[in-house]
Design a protein around this ligand. Structure first.
Ligand code: ACO
Length: 318
């Protein structure tokens, strides 16, 4: 399959909110949050818009690729909700980058980055594109109810971008969506439609935490094993398992079920919380900047999220 990631970039808001900061106004504690999730702090937007973060991450990825915005054939953003329901976040970024290539959003919740990579692969394989800018950006601080301690403590805001070109990195890709609108959701309102039979202002994000936990651990185990079978490889062929950073306990449970060593499962949820679809590209950027990923390394990326969606891919780093 003809794709490689040539560069990454990230942006997070300036403000860091610690667990103790949240405990000032909610009945929670640093101990509870750390022991249940592994999260110590998260970045939360105060002045930044999601477009600001997405644009900053994009500029950084373009610089790393030594390519101009005008070299991009597509801009694909994954997000649950941009600054505008319409136009898309991708169009808001293209306004700042001054591009005219097609730009659009996809929403696969926390699995969005893997979905975006899969779309990029299809465009590149078909010959429709040579260079694609992917930006995964989410601002869940504006979607959660800050009086709901079971949900608001979990998330952070951020953006991760990458430039993708023709190459031979991508060895495996599998996506799925197990249609479900109850386990995690955020329902939109009906506006002021006077004819609506079910007038509603919309809801904050709701989540059945233990259902998500079970779904995630099962999905990670199943999808990692599927990738092994499809590629006829074992865990020793993979250098890093880069999982969506939703909860350290989810990552640990899945890792233990797979009987794999901790050092192959990088974690940064302690610093950023769950940044939704931005979590894997933020982790990838951190690993690349830290010199941890080397040419020839095999990376298995797997994510899960509202939908309920899953996405898994294997990259041989070029
Ligand atoms: N501080 C203190 N106590 C809390 C908090 C909090 N922040 N939140 C919940 N509690 C309480 C509950 O009220 C409950 O109290 P009770 O026993 O008196 O009723 C107790 O802690 C235990 O709550 P549980 O929900 O049973 O705790 P659990 O062990 O399931 O952990 C958690 C909750 C962390 C949410 C866990 O279920 C989880 O991580 N689930 C997955 C979440 C996730 O990954 N979501 C992202 C999905 S991706 C996307 O697309 C958005």
């Amino acid at each position: 399959m003809g794709l490689k990631i040539v560069s990454t970039g990230i942006a997070v808001p300036e403000k860091t909110v610690t667990n103790n900061d949240i405990a000032q106004f909610l009945d929670t504690s640093d101990d509870w949050i750390v022991s249940k999730t592994g999260i110590k702090q998260r970045a939360v937007a105060t002045r930044e818009s999601l477009t600001d973060l997405a644009f900053k991450a994009a500029v950084s990825a373009l610089k790393g690729a030594d390519l101009a915005a005008s070299d991009m054939d597509f801009i694909i953003c994954s997000t649950i909700l941009g600054d505008y329901t319409s136009p898309s976040l991708a169009c808001a970024v293209s306004e700042r980058l001054k591009t005219i290539c097609p730009a659009f959003d996809i929403n696969a919740a926390c699995t969005g980055f893997i979905y975006a990579l899969s779309m990029a692969q299809a465009y590149i394989d078909s010959g429709a594109a040579a260079n694609i800018l992917i930006i995964s950006a989410d601002m869940l601080s504006s979607l959660v109810d800050w009086t709901d301690r079971a949900v608001c403590v979990l998330f952070g805001d951020g953006a991760g971008a990458c430039v993708v070109t023709r190459g031979n990195s991508l060895k495996y890709m599998k996506l799925a969506a197990y249609g479900d609108t109850s386990v995690i959701r955020q329902r939109n309102g009906t506006g002021n439609n006077p004819f609506s039979a079910h007038a509603s202002k919309g809801e904050f994000m709701t989540m059945e935490g233990q259902e998500v936990f079970r779904f995630a651990v099962n999905a990670i185990e199943r999808e990692v094993n599927s990738a092994f079978s499809a590629l006829n490889i074992t865990s020793s062929d993979i250098n890093y398992f880069m999982l969506h950073q939703a909860n350290k306990r989810i990552i640990d449970s899945a890792r233990k079920r797979l009987s794999l060593p901790e050092e192959k499962f990088p974690v940064n949820i302690d610093k950023y919380g769950n940044t939704s679809s931005a979590s894997i590209p933020i982790l990838l950027n951190e690993m690349l900047e830290g010199g941890k990923i080397k040419k020839g390394d095999n990376l298995l990326l797997t994510a899960f999220g509202a939908g309920l969606t899953t996405g898994t891919c294997v990259l041989n780093w070029e």
